[in-house]
Write a protein that binds this ligand. Structure first.
Ligand SMILES: *Cc1c(COP(=O)(O)O)cnc(C)c1O
Length: 356
């Protein structure tokens, strides 16, 4: 990142000129007991009221847990909202581009397509490590975002921080590091670097380690200027009252998710220990996440057999560098046992070319 790096210079002109929608609750600050400003229904409390457009209390709670000031936090309808908003704020359709490092999470590419943004795909190295040089070679002066996923989905590994920083330091665009799975890793992640690095954006989510995929709450941590643009472009009430309430409730008890993570890690280790025992399993990749990438013979056949048994895994065998691979989420102990049982039966089939 050069000395004169400015976030504003990356932003689309229409967004720079935007006068954001100002809701009744945005304009009011202070204490009042009678709210006749937003045409709400006075009956059916508390859901009759619009939620806080700034999610102040929830940001304070999350900021305390993550040790990040509220003005560096954006909350959205899943990480997917954050990803989409980054495209809409920074990438001029038909002109700008983003770089993704593949194989990785599909939403970066889907959002690029929806927003009519060219995506330059760089491959991870064969051992799934990040090659900063190849990423830097793909970057040009129309590149606005670089997406890195760490731990990466579907390869399950953390990307080397030095390699990420090498990219961050040499570009004048934003580097988005998606840490959806970071709580399953011993690696602390890069969140603590956000206050010092202006072009670093971190995504996290309550969907995985926190067990709250159903409420849709994604977090973006970035420089306050980036957060300001995200907040100006989002729907005014993008995070609903029920989501805010259940997030507040659950984040008040950190032990709960700590216990879940611990038990998932125990199960991950157990599964990683047992899977190599099957004749058709070629390789288990090391995992920093709550899933295992498993290379097998005839992945389509294993996939179909498991499906017949009512067990769904993800077939990633057509993805570059993941040839032959299934991605298997680490489930509860009982679920994992059923999976292992089914695989034992599959292993005993005389002709492992299963097709129902
Ligand atoms: C699961 C996942 C997410 C979570 O997305 P939400 O919209 O927050 O549920 C984000 N990034 C990656 C890489 C994921 O695998």
């Amino acid at each position: 990142m050069s000395e004169d790096f400015s976030i504003g210079s990356l932003v689309r002109d229409n967004i720079l000129k935007l006068q954001p929608y100002s809701s009744a609750r945005d304009e009011f600050s202070g204490s009042a007991s009678i709210f006749l400003d937003a045409n709400e229904n006075p009956h059916n409390a508390p859901l009759n009221r619009y939620p806080d457009p700034k999610q102040k209390e929830l940001k304070k709670l999350i900021g305390g847990i993550k040790e990040i000031p509220s003005d560096s936090i954006f909350l959205g309808n899943g990480s997917d909202e954050g990803i989409d908003l980054l495209f809409r704020i920074f990438c001029e359709p038909g002109r700008d581009n983003v770089v993704t490092v593949d194989p990785t999470y599909g939403m970066y590419g889907v959002c690029a397509q929806i927003n009519d943004i060219e995506r330059k795909s760089v491959l991870l190295k064969k051992d799934f490590s990040l090659d900063p040089k190849s990423v830097l070679e793909a970057v040009d002066d129309r590149t606005k975002l670089i997406f890195l996923c760490s731990p990466n989905n579907p390869t399950a590994n953390v990307l080397n921080h030095k390699a990420i920083l090498q990219i961050v330091e040499h570009v004048s665009c934003l580097v988005v590091v998606d840490e959806a799975y970071i709580d399953f890793s011993e690696n602390p992640g890069m969140l603590s670097m956000v206050p010092e690095i202006k072009n670093l954006v971190i995504l996290q989510t309550l969907s995985k380690a926190w067990g709250l995929a159903g409420i849709r709450l994604g977090m973006v941590f970035a420089h306050p200027e980036v957060i300001g643009f995200l907040s100006g472009v989002k729907y005014p009430y993008n995070v609903n009252s029920l989501t805010i309430e259940s997030a507040m409730e659950q984040l008040a008890d950190l032990q709960l998710s700590a216990n879940w993570i611990a038990s998932i890690l125990v199960e991950r280790k157990k599964m990683a220990g047992k899977l190599p025992g099957y004749g058709f399993v070629r390789r288990i990749y090391p995992s920093d996440a709550n899933f295992l990438l498993v290379k097998v013979d005839k992945p389509g056949s294993v996939y179909k057999y498991l499906m017949e048994r009512g067990i769904i895994v993800r077939d990633r065998s057509s993805v570059p560098l993941c040839e032959g691979c299934l991605r298997i989420t680490v489930g509860a102990e009982a679920e994992n046992s059923l999976l292992l049982e089914a695989l034992t039966d599959y292993d005993q089939l005389p002709n492992k070319n299963y097709s129902p």
